[in-house]
Design a protein around this ligand. Structure first.
Ligand code: AMP
Ligand code: GLY
Length: 434
């Protein structure tokens, strides 16, 4: 079996790492990949956004199954393009991917289905947006309506910051064209949770819970990033809460899309805020989270090829993925400048090329080979991951992996898992580890 992975981040490296452990022994390709994926797959020099190039690549390599990592090709219609050629691909169609591609689309759908989310209004006009801000005051959240690599969101504590943020998004276009339209949203206080599920369009199978760390700095300070670290499971997700999330959020969305003629296949990721014990939607992603995927792959015991095939072929009924009961933690190592413009080209020293064990792994993201060396090539460079007997152990082990590598300007959070550690006396979610 020949499998093509589209993308070149830590998420894609982790997925390939898991695919490489499959009993099906697939032959692996990655486009475009990174220095880490090259150890597991044949890297092919086609960009993740080059749909025509990827269709041609899949044909040239006679690929049986393609798995799409990032959102960009999904919102650009890669699944529709593959379907037109009859090649199997894992991910939602262009229309289904609007759930992530357009916050306005997502908010309208949730309102129609009565799915709990933050109150919001959408503006194309700067003056009108400014008047609304003055009216509702702070704290408030501003979101550029479109893809901005997880960075197009400003959480503003006071009105002055909100006004400045609005100018950043709509006038200075800090997040590019996504800033032509802005969503102004009620601030939700609470604990965040990443909830991912696999679906074939009908059956929805929850995956293990995880929690991301969006802010760049320790103690959740500084600007938002694509994610600076993660752990799984997230103790905030009790079995009762999981049932509520499935019943009031995930099932209605998959069924609501189906009723509108949009079949959602692939991973559905709900970014949730737990407010007074009740889940509310912050965002949807139409793919695995990064770095949440890395910690999930550390814990997944089921064969990933079977799960992905089930989603693609409508065969998820009765499927129940098995998880390692041990928690996993992942720490993102970022380049100087990230989440702004990162410095690239620095040599990474240490255990960067060493084969990973199944208990500790260093997943590559923005890395490239330069002769014998591995150098930085993006904002998020590596994710250091580990399992542990308990969460504190997993975190300690992950930081040992961190200590095994280095590069000029490397920065990372030192408090991954702080919320879960603070509530360490809580029992783990009963569903997991069976
Ligand atoms: P999003 O890309 O919409 O998930 O936003 C990125 C991050 O901003 C989230 O992970 C939250 O940390 C924060 N955020 C977004 N929307 C809200 C909200 N309505 N209330 C509080 N925090 C939010
Ligand atoms: N870590 C959040 C995301 O992948 O969007």
């Amino acid at each position: 079996m020949r499998i093509l992975m589209v993308g070149g981040g830590g998420r894609e490296h982790a997925l390939l790492w898991k695919l490489a452990q499959s009993a099906r022994r697939p032959e692996l390709f990655c486009a475009p990949g990174n220095a880490g994926t090259a150890e597991l797959a044949e890297n092919c020099n086609v960009a993740a956004g080059d749909i025509a190039g990827l269709v041609a690549l899949a044909a040239a390599r006679d690929v049986d199954l393609t798995i799409v990592g990032p959102e960009l090709p999904l919102t650009a219609g890669i699944v529709d393009a593959f379907a037109a050629t009859g090649r199997r691909i894992f991910g939602p169609s262009r229309r289904a991917a609007e759930l992530e591609g357009s916050k306005a689309f997502m908010k309208t759908l949730l309102a129609r289905l009565g799915v709990p989310t933050a109150a919001h209004r959408t503006f194309d006009d700067h003056a009108a947006a400014r008047r609304y801000l003055d009216e509702i005051g702070a704290p408030v959240v501003l979101k550029a309506d479109g893809l901005a690599a997880g960075k197009g969101v400003l959480v503003c504590d006071d009105l002055a910051a909100a006004r400045a943020g609005l100018d950043e998004i709509m006038v200075r276009r800090a997040f590019g064209a996504a800033g032509a339209r802005v969503v102004i949203e009620e601030f939700l206080p609470g604990e965040e949770l990443s909830f991912m599920a696999l679906t074939d369009g009908t059956t929805v199978v929850p995956l293990a819970s995880s929690q991301d760390h969006k802010r760049v700095g320790d103690g959740d300070t500084g600007p938002n990033t694509g994610g600076m670290g993660a752990y799984s499971p997230a103790p905030v997700l009790t079995p009762t809460l999981e049932a509520e999330v499935m019943e009031t959020i995930v099932h209605p969305v998959v069924a609501g899309l189906a009723a509108a003629g949009i079949v959602y296949r692939g991973v559905l990721y709900a970014g949730l805020m737990v407010v007074d014990g009740r889940p509310r939607v912050l965002e949807f992603n139409v793919r695995f989270g990064d770095p949440e995927c890395q910690v999930l792959m550390m814990r997944l015991r089921s064969d990933l090829v079977d799960l992905v095939e089930g989603a693609v072929t409508g065969g998820l009924a009765g499927c129940r993925p098995a998880w390692d009961p041990r928690p996993a933690a992942g720490v993102v190592l970022a380049a100087e400048g990230y989440p702004g413009e990162p410095v690239t080209g620095d040599v990474i020293s240490g255990a960067v090329g060493r084969a990973a064990s199944t208990e500790r792994a260093l997943f590559h993201a923005g890395t490239a080979r330069r002769g014998a060396a591995v150098v930085t090539r993006g904002g998020r460079v590596l994710t250091a991951c580990a399992l542990g007997a308990d969460l504190a152990g997993a975190i300690a082990n992950a930081y040992e992996v961190v200590a095994s590598v280095g590069f000029r300007g490397m920065h990372y959070r030192r408090d991954i898992g702080h919320r879960a550690l603070a509530r360490a006396q809580s029992p783990p979610a009963a569903r997991e580890g069976e």
